[in-house]
Design a protein around this ligand. Structure first.
Ligand code: CS2
Ligand code: MG
Length: 402
């Protein structure tokens, strides 16, 4: 099965997505998500100039060899742009191989390890009461696990709080808009938010929370301890993780489960975290951590240390990533949970897919491949619209972590 062509499709049905389409001499094609929120054109250029010319003529079945060629052959290894480009190729090749086999992708990975993939949705609110009400809406929709975020009083542009019915889309402006962060206000507020949610919805629903890299290790330890009575499913990105050892301090002080890794792009970003069991869930994804091929290696290492998967699934990861992720999630033995921020109807129309949601669980479907396609005519009607993620500063103007 020879690769005869490959191209990058950029579309913006309400937000930007980058998709790689690889075509073969069998008249078949596979697609992979190449979206890196706020850096879409960097990945598109990497693919067009440095990857696609190297794909033409290769055997599409040689997924591992192509992965090794693109990784080792880059010389400048790793990084979000390179690994997202490699991931797009990898996902498209797995899609092609599964289509050639006439099987849903999960069957090629080792078959189903569970009946369905437990997912969590995003409940957020402009204040505690609206966040509590939104949790109730997600419970009504059948979710068994719900992430809870709310605007922090006095904090402009609090993370995770959506505007309108389409949920939260942070990349809203061509240049980053500046938000203000206050750790004291947040540390005072977050426990009150979960007091109210547990009071209203009881002890059984699984609750998650995303700190979004905002705290120092000791502050994260303090928050983790304060939230222990609420038995969170996880506290995510509690402190920046470039320094993996920083999690030793957090781990010493709290039993609140820890999740990290949505911005990781290789196994080396999380090796210490996993080997020292400093975390409970690894959030790396198909689209940003080198595709199915590399994510399997991360999951295998994690399994040795009883760390489970909890892949990122925000709306800035396309339905192509979601489809591939669900096949991975259905198979992976040490599965934890899958994030599922529903895409808009406009996005779903551009990316028809086989995956389904029911009673808090998802299934990738039985379509050969990963079960997601792209409607190129519709995609062409939504031109790229330059957007970047916000930044955060402290009240005194110090740059902080958004
Ligand atoms: C968030 C993301 O879903 C999450 O856990 O951290 O929404 C993140 O803010 C975006 O993916 C950034 O593009
Ligand atoms: Mg997150």
């Amino acid at each position: 099965m020879k690769i005869t062509g490959a191209r990058v499709i950029i579309t913006c049905p309400g937000r930007n997505f980058v998709t790689l389409k690889i075509e073969t001499d069998q008249g078949t094609y596979g697609i992979g998500d190449a979206t890196l929120n706020g850096r879409e054109l960097a990945v598109a250029a990497y693919l067009e100039h440095h990857v696609i010319p190297n794909l033409i003529g290769r055997d599409a079945h040689r997924i591992e060899d192509i992965w090794q060629f693109l990784y080792r052959g880059a010389y400048w290894r790793r990084g979000p742009v390179t690994m997202t480009a490699i991931a797009a190729v990898d996902t498209a090749l797995w899609d092609l191989k599964a289509k050639a086999a006439g099987l849903p992708l999960y069957q090629l990975l080792g078959g189903a390890s569970r009946e369905g993939v437990m997912v969590y949705g995003h409940a957020n609110g402009a204040d505690i009461d609206s966040a509590v009400a939104e949790v109730g809406r997600y419970v009504e929709m059948g979710y068994k696990a719900i992430r809870v975020q709310a605007a922090i009083p006095g904090v402009k542009g609090s993370y995770g709080v959506g505007r309108g019915k389409d949920g939260y889309e942070p990349a809203e402006s061509a240049l980053p808009y500046e938000t203000v962060w206050s750790t004291p206000a947040y540390l005072d507020f977050a426990p009150k938010l979960f007091d109210a949610v547990r009071e209203a919805h009881g002890p059984d629903i699984e609750l998650l929370h995303d700190v979004h890299h905002r705290l120092t290790p000791i502050e994260a330890a303090r928050l983790g301890r304060a939230l222990e009575p609420h038995r969170l499913f996880w506290m995510e990105d509690c402190t920046p993780a470039e320094n993996q050892e920083a999690f030793r301090l957090v781990r010493q002080h709290t039993t609140t489960p820890l999740a990290v890794g949505e911005i990781f792009n290789s196994i080396h970003d999380c090796r210490t975290l996993i080997q020292e069991q400093l975390i409970d869930y690894i959030r790396a994804t198909v689209v940003h951590a080198g595709g199915i091929t590399h994510l399997r290696q991360i999951a295998a290492l994690a399994a040795l240390y009883q760390v489970r998967t909890g892949s990122h699934g925000a709306t800035d990861l396309s339905p192509v990533c979601m489809g591939a992720a669900l096949h991975f999630d259905l198979w992976v033995p040490n599965f934890g949970i899958q994030e599922y921020m529903r895409h808009t109807e406009a996005t779903d129309a551009v990316f028809p897919h086989a995956y389904t949601f029911k009673d808090g669980y998802m299934h990738p479907g039985e379509t050969p491949g990963h079960g997601v396609d792209i409607d190129e005519d519709l995609a062409a009607r939504h031109p790229y619209d330059p957007k970047q993620l916000p930044v955060a500063r402290l009240a005194d103007g110090t740059m902080w972590n958004w």
